[in-house]
Design a protein around this ligand. Structure first.
Ligand code: GAF
Length: 379
């Protein structure tokens, strides 16, 4: 940072996806919530047209990248920048393109710090993107809406970082609210806040971070996305969102068996999201356990994005007294979530720890998360 007094601090949370996995890029439904781990960006002024980003991830000083604003406008990812800097620089680039002409971009120092675990499937990337997006939106006078900023974050991730992800994570990080999930229709981008009611139901959401990060996760994600496109083309629809469970019988007859299972996951997962929203509203969170388990089974057997550590986490959490559990996020590693009665937290934690040890897996990181508020200015 320069010696100049900070202009302010903005922050945005990571997210847990309660249900609706790999449905966002199929124009489907998702039900994530923002968590109480956040990424903060402290911003100080500069006298030149340079955007400088630094971070203190893992308590260590990280590298610094200086990008000239003109060069940044032309290219989101200048050569040889450290990988993490493509997230904030990509957001700056996408925001410059989305902002009206009245916006006044100028040089800034951005210092980033985060408590969102990296690689756990809790979207540390969306947290950086949304924190930087709300800061630059305000300081550059871009006046984009929260929904526009979710698109800015996704554009940064798709085009600057090069990850072919959907819009779920940025939406949760921008629009989350305390003790509620964000129900998003990824076709219309309409959102509804769905109260979770965890506190009155004496429930906690436990995250079981397997600490497994698979090298092929980006390739696997891309492949699944391609299968979904193939499945939609075989059924002559624009997106898998356009199929209902009643179409699956025909789907089985017009595509190969693997593509069919990918399609079945997405179609049934969309139905499970809608059902979860209905059940939450009518009966509360203690009634959604079976839906979480069915979602996990679908990802394990049909979409094939689970790993033994995630399956063990789900099974052991259930044996310890969880109401429901599933892997969350893109898959191939990362975290599972378990919905746990408060008086069973220790029993579930012990059961998972023991099962990992018995299987010879590395001990997982287990912690609770609270559904929390989305991106905002802190001070
Ligand atoms: C990752 C992506 F970033 C999301 O867009 C979503 O597709 C998710 O995987 C799977 O549901 O988090």
């Amino acid at each position: 940072m320069t010696d100049a007094a900070p202009l302010g601090v903005w922050s945005a949370p990571g997210r847990v996806n309660l249900i609706g996995e790999h449905t966002d890029y199929n124009d489907g439904f998702v039900l994530p919530f923002a968590i109480d781990a956040r990424t903060a960006v402290a911003v100080a002024p500069r006298t030149d047209a340079v955007l400088r980003v630094s971070s203190s991830f893992d308590d260590s000083e990280a590298s610094v990248q200086i990008a000239d604003l003109d060069a940044l406008f032309a290219s989101p990812a200048p050569d040889s920048v450290p990988e993490w800097t493509t997230y904030p620089l990509g957001v700056a680039w996408a925001l410059l393109h989305a902002a009206p002409e009245t916006a006044r971009p100028h040089g800034l120092d951005l210092a980033i710090a985060s408590s969102v675990p990296v690689g756990a499937g809790l979207s540390s990337s969306a947290a950086i993107e949304c924190a930087v997006a709300v800061a630059l939106n305000e300081l550059w006078g871009a006046e984009l809406s929260a929904k526009d900023l979710t698109r800015v974050g996704r554009t940064a991730e798709n085009e600057a970082v090069g990850a072919p992800t959907g819009i779920m994570d940025q939406t949760a990080s921008m629009l989350g609210e305390a003790d509620a999930a964000v129900f998003l229709d990824c076709r219309t981008l309409a959102t509804e806040i769905v109260p979770l009611g965890l506190e009155p139901a004496d429930l906690e959401v436990l995250v079981i971070d397997t600490l497994v990060t698979h090298a092929h996760s980006t390739g696997g994600y891309r492949e699944r996305r391609a299968s979904c496109e193939q499945g939609a083309a075989a059924m002559d629809v624009a997106m898998l969102r356009d199929l209902a469970p009643g179409d699956l019988e025909r789907a089985a007859s017009v595509m190969d068996e693997v593509t069919f299972r990918r399609v079945r996951h997405v179609v049934t997962e969309n139905a499970r999201v809608l059902e979860t929203v209905r059940v939450l509203r009518e009966s509360g969170p203690r009634a959604i356990g079976e839906l979480l388990l069915a979602s996990h089974a679908s990802m394990r057997d049909d979409f094939e994005i689970s790993v033994p550590e995630l399956d063990t986490a789900v099974e052991a959490a259930m044996s310890g007294g969880a109401i429901g559990a599933r892997m969350t996020g893109g898959g191939f590693g990362g975290a599972a979530i378990a919905l746990v009665p408060r008086d069973r937290l220790d029993a579930v934690t012990d059961a998972v720890t023991a099962a990992f040890s018995a299987s010879g897996f590395r001990a997982p990181r287990i912690f609770t998360v609270q559904p929390s508020v989305g991106a905002h200015r802190d001070r």
